[in-house]
Design a protein. Structure first.
Lengths: 297, 435
């Protein structure tokens, strides 16, 4: 299959986008159409004006590396009706995640999604590749950082076995721009807030009235630890770089397992790919990768 | 197929005050285990272990390693029970969370142990600071080591200040020289692969939450510093008597008479003075060698380990594939090599792109396919592989012998390979001579 650089792409541009974002996207995806993320009509018009069967969609704040354009999506997955996603690295914590992340869609599916005319089975299933060529760079202002942290933590809290991910979200990356606002958003969600914008405005007003950010973060961390049984630590700014550099060199085991499960029923070629991904998981994560297989067997 | 529980297993100790406890633990799990104690020299110690084991294979356990019960349920495939092939299961370091060869469990063939000349027995003129020398365990990609990506043991090298310091120091020297199987001369630290730098930095930074963890970090930092900053003979780390006097004459004196006491030896030391000097050493490493290490607090160290887990050395699938490709230590099997390189590509291992390129160019496991080979070399070059630029240059010249543009491109690729450390035409040497 051809590399992503030769695909048409729809890049959703955030409000008050950082300078150079469009240029960076077009370096990797020269055929990208840049459309405001708030304008669904323009997005749909751009999709309708495209010609190819497939389209890459770049969510707001996703910044590709130049080599993303060299990636070739697997035709087997696309022909089987899957969307294909690639992990994005959180610009503050360094963690790899699938939400948000760039994806390749069948253009007709995406148009149906915009028109709210998807078939009964809903969104096409997504196969996430355990590889990362993008950064989720939300930390260019306090508002997007707070909202991203808030939504991310809410998403994690809806999942099982989330303690490590929540701890990372609220601990890592203190040396990055607007990291405190990301942490503040995440911690607010962890202690039970549910209206992100309202909490953001409240925090801003309190800060303007003299509340100290670090005191607030320490207080919220203590409350989140008590409420959720976490071990959130306020990492010093000097040491925050170490945690980003030395963790998350490779995707988590779950991504490998999910992908192998997706490939397994896709005929002979799919079975080979599934086995290769399981083997790749074994080299990355050791015998933990075999645990489920052996327990299932 | 050989079951681990059917193989001789030998516990090797020399001067560790906790060795009896760890030996008892091993005996409880593996009553057939044997022990060698007090044999001076790392090469001699392994030869003694083979003798004590009494078989043609021996599994060695270091004195600071606790074996998990899961290990005794394993089997070693017949294809690895060969005279030139060592099987290795990495160990998890409880102080810094790293998973790698330090304290690993190893299944040795008797022939290899008998014939190897490493550490104190290395031939005159050859440098050996680990088991990577000579025809039997050679440095680099041809190293006939089967790395099994499974953890079945935990190593705690910091049970006393002295042993923590000694282990840290040895690791600092070895890792700053490129790690096990690496080159044994001084290197610019910036030329080490990212993954090795990450491991070295973790060893220098994590562990303040553990008893004697500071000593391990201090030892590692000092090992790096002495290797890089002076012409000190780093092969001294093979000699435990040298370590004894280094410790007694210099290190222990420097931090003695503090408020912390070692529970095994009664040695008293000052954690504050040690932390202060360790931080100063860290600053020197950053200033002079561009190695940024971190002084993590106990809470930060704990967080680092809790928010793991640490992945395996996933790129080792490529080395394993190379063994199958070349028949190093095991029987050559191109299909198996191809599969392991395919797996390496899934994990984005640059060397696997290069090796698949070689297979495509040479028609191994399929017909010759130069177009695919070029595409694979290009991917390997993009990912920083050291050998791929050279192979790609050769292929370009072969495919387009009269094309000036491709020839120029090939020249640039040769320079790139030289800059990455692979310089078969001695380009760098010639340039330096010309200058």
């Amino acid at each position: 299959m051809k590399p992503l650089a030769r695909f048409e792409a729809l890049a959703l541009m955030p409000r008050n986008q950082p300078r150079g974002l469009g240029l960076r996207i077009r370096q990797a995806l020269p055929r990208a159409v840049l459309v405001p993320s708030s304008n669904r009509i323009a997005q749909l018009a751009a999709l309708n004006a495209m010609e190819g069967n497939y389209v890459v969609i770049m969510p707001p704040d996703i910044l590709p590396k130049a080599d993303f354009g060299q990636v070739e999506p697997d035709a087997l997955l696309l022909q089987a009706g899957y969307r294909i996603g690639w992990l994005a690295r959180n610009a503050v914590t360094g963690a790899l995640g699938a939400s948000p992340c760039p994806q390749v869609w069948q253009r007709c599916d995406l148009i149906a999604y915009y028109n709210e005319s998807l078939p009964d089975q809903g969104l096409p299933p997504c196969a996430t590749m355990p590889l990362c060529h993008n950064t989720w760079a939300f930390n260019y202002a306090s508002r997007p950082a707070f909202l991203a942290g808030f939504d991310h933590a809410l998403g994690l809290m809806a999942q099982d076995d989330n303690k490590t991910a929540l701890t990372v979200a609220a601990s890592y990356g203190g040396d990055q721009p607007y990291a405190d606002w990301w942490h503040l958003g995440a911690l607010n969600a962890m202690v039970g807030a549910y209206q992100a914008m309202l909490e953001y405005e409240r925090e801003k007003v309190a800060m303007a009235a003299g509340r100290k950010m670090q005191d607030r973060l320490v207080d919220l961390s203590r409350r989140a630890n008590a409420a959720l049984g976490l071990d959130i630590v306020r990492i010093s700014r000097q040491n925050a770089a170490f945690f980003r550099q030395d963790r998350f060199a490779i995707a988590g085991l779950g991504y490998y397992r999910d992908l192998a499960d997706i490939y397994a029923p896709l005929g002979a070629a799919g079975a080979v790919s599934a086995e290769n991904w399981r083997e790749a998981a074994r080299w990355a994560w050791g015998s933990a990768a075999d645990d489920r297989a052996s327990s299932a067997g | 197929m050989a079951l681990v529980r059917d193989l001789p297993i030998v516990f090797m100790s020399i001067d560790e005050p906790w060795a009896d406890e760890y030996w008892a633990d091993l005996q409880a799990k593996a009553p057939w285990a044997k022990r060698v104690h007090g044999v001076i020299g790392l090469d001699a110690c392994h030869k003694a272990a083979l003798k004590a084991g009494g078989g043609e294979q021996v599994i060695t356990v270091d004195a600071d390693t606790l074996v998990r019960p899961s290990f005794f349920e394993l089997d070693v495939p017949d294809e690895f029970i060969r005279p030139n092939c060592r099987v290795e299961w990495p160990s998890q370091n409880v102080i810094n969370g790293q998973v790698y060869g330090n304290g690993s469990l190893k299944c040795w063939p008797g022939k290899m142990i008998r014939e190897m000349r490493t550490h104190e027995l290395s031939p005159k003129g050859q440098v050996s600071i680990d088991h990577a020398i000579g025809a039997h365990i050679s440095a680099g990609k041809a190293s006939p080591r089967v790395h099994v990506p499974e953890v079945h043991s935990d190593v705690n090298p910091a049970l006393t200040p002295y042993h923590a310091f000694r282990c840290g120091f040895r690791e600092g020297v070895r890792l700053s020289l490129g790690g096990g199987g690496g080159v044994h001369h001084r290197l610019d630290l910036r030329s080490l692969p990212d993954r090795q730098i990450r491991r070295l930095v973790a060893c220098c930074s994590v562990g303040a939450d553990c008893e004697n963890g500071l000593w391990l970090m201090y030892g590692t930092r000092l090992g790096v510093f002495m290797t890089q900053a002076s012409d000190w003979d780093f092969t001294a780390i093979n000699s435990y008597p040298w370590f004894d006097s280094f410790w007694a004459d210099l290190i222990s004196q420097r931090f003695a008479k503090g408020g912390t006491t070692c529970r095994y030896t009664g040695f008293r030391w000052s954690p504050d003075a040690l932390a202060e000097e360790s931080a100063a050493l860290g600053a020197h490493l950053a200033t002079h060698f561009g190695l940024e290490v971190f002084d993590l607090s106990p809470a930060e160290s704990r967080l680092f380990k809790q928010t793991g887990p640490e992945p395996m050395d996933w790129w080792m699938s490529d080395s394993f594939g190379y063994m199958y490709l070349k028949g190093h230590g095991i029987a050559a099997d191109h299909a198996r090599a191809r599969r392991l390189f395919d797996v390496g590509v899934l994990n984005d291992v640059a060397a696997s792109y290069n090796n698949l390129g070689r297979m495509a160019e040479q028609g191994l496991n399929g017909g010759v396919d130069t177009e695919s080979a070029l595409a694979l070399y290009e991917q390997a070059v993009l990912r920083g592989d050291r050998f791929a630029p050279h192979h790609m240059a050769n292929l370009l010249r072969k495919l387009s012998p009269d094309d000036q543009f491709e020839d120029m491109r090939a020249d640039m690729l040769d320079w790139l390979a030289a800059e990455r450390g692979y310089d078969p035409y001695s380009l760098v040497e010639k340039r330096e001579a010309a200058e």
